[in-house]
Design a protein around this ligand. Structure first.
Ligand code: LMR
Length: 394
């Protein structure tokens, strides 16, 4: 059966991870995969996570199954963190998943099951795995204009024109905050405009929220999402705890499906649990339990928020330092637009050939579309990174 089998190409993020790991040059700089790093290049375990794990270790009496949809206490804690009071809890079905990608996949599967003809409208550009998973599932998708590379910001008019064309029953994919890969976020006004457009067309919003707390603040980052949820009858929300709890390898995710009425939510709850059963039966519990413990315990929650705030400050500091260094290196304001972006990512405006030259000649690694991860920078590497960018791009 497998004699002639060839694996699918890894996506552009995975390719960079591999190439960086194989590069023997000690001065190489990794601005590739989207993980947080400290100023000395580590991705540490949060102190709040360590404390929660210690408490769980002390008190947990069983590793027996919890429930197909995961622990209701986890659902409630994450629901409050993300949606706050924007929607009555009895209108929300919830499904614990392995990571945010698991939630994205289950959301796609749910739509395919309920409305196979739905088309997904994805921002151009978006996280490559969105379109890859849609393609794998045989779901149709169509990019809408989102980012204007020449402008270095949101293509507001293009986005509105494209979203106005979306049909009832289609799905519009949005990034909750810290847009990946551009870092160009929607303003409060943009969220309002989108809510109005979706109300008009009857399309369903699906929000991917993987970086809450990395943009402007834990609460501020979900203002737009909450406004949308308060206004529209239905919404899908895929949440990742990989980054903002540092639980990457523990795979902690949650899908929330908001429906118009409590009775619909209870039917959806059954379908979601069934979808977990089809894909992997019970979801992982350990990381979800850690998150629940942190969010429920006031002292742990404060500690976690402080740690996350510190990470956000470090990323913003590196962003500012890079903009400054690029000003010095290029004697221009060409890269100032990077300072307007939020979160881990931005597109520096490099072609694939330039990305390759940066890797080959300067040991500077980024994704092939020119996406950099600002958390990969340190006070020592900002200057060489800016120098390399100036040499190759200017
Ligand atoms: C990224 O965009 O680099 C992260 O979300 C990691 C991943 O799985 O792609």
């Amino acid at each position: 059966m497998f004699e002639d089998h060839r694996p699918p190409e890894p996506d552009k993020i995975l390719r960079v991870m591999k190439a960086f790991a194989e590069d023997p040059r000690p001065e190489k700089i990794d601005l590739g995969v989207g993980v947080y790093r400290t100023a000395d290049g580590r991705t540490p375990v949060f102190a709040a996570v360590k404390a929660a794990e210690a408490a769980i270790h002390e008190t947990q009496e069983s590793k027996g199954y919890v429930a197909l949809a995961g622990d209701p206490a986890f659902h409630a804690a994450m629901r409050d963190l993300t949606l706050g009071h924007s929607v009555a809890p009895d209108r929300i079905a919830a499904l614990a998943t392995p990571g945010g990608t698991g939630a994205v996949r289950q959301a796609f599967d749910l739509v395919r099951m309920v409305r196979p003809e739905a088309v997904f409208h994805t921002p151009a550009p978006t996280w490559p795995n969105h379109e890859s998973i849609l393609g794998t599932l045989g779901i149709r998708w169509k990019p809408y204009r989102y980012y204007d590379a020449a402008l270095g910001g949101l293509d507001r008019d293009g986005m509105q024109a494209d979203l106005a064309q979306v049909r009832r029953g289609d799905v519009v994919l949005l990034h909750g905050c810290c847009h990946n890969p551009t870092g160009a976020d929607l303003s409060a006004e943009d969220w309002d405009d989108i809510a109005q457009l979706l109300e008009g067309t009857g399309a369903l919003p699906m929000v991917d929220l993987a970086y809450q707390g990395f943009g402007a603040g834990i609460e501020t980052d979900v203002d737009g999402l909450r406004g949308l949820a308060a206004r529209l009858p239905e919404l899908l929300l895929a949440i990742s705890a990989s980054k903002n709890f540092g639980l990457y390898r523990d795979r902690v995710g949650l899908l929330l499906a908001v429906s118009g009425k409590a009775a619909e939510a209870s039917a959806l709850q059954g379908t979601l649990a069934w979808l977990n059963r089809q894909n992997y039966a019970f979801p992982p519990d350990h990381g979800a339990r850690v998150v629940t413990e942190i969010l429920r315990d006031p002292a742990l929650r404060t500690l976690w928020a402080e740690e996350l705030d510190g990470m956000r400050d470090r990323i913003a500091g590196m962003r500012g330092a890079l903009v400054e260094a690029l000003r010095r290196e290029t004697n221009s304001e060409r890269f100032d637009f990077l300072g307007n972006m939020r979160g881990l990512f931005s597109l520096v405006g490099a072609s694939e050939a330039e990305v390759e030259a940066l890797r080959r000649d300067h040991g500077l690694y980024m994704i092939a579309d020119g996406r950099i991860n600002l958390a990969g920078l340190t006070p020592e590497t900002v200057a060489p990174a800016a120098r390399a960018l100036a040499r190759v791009l200017v």
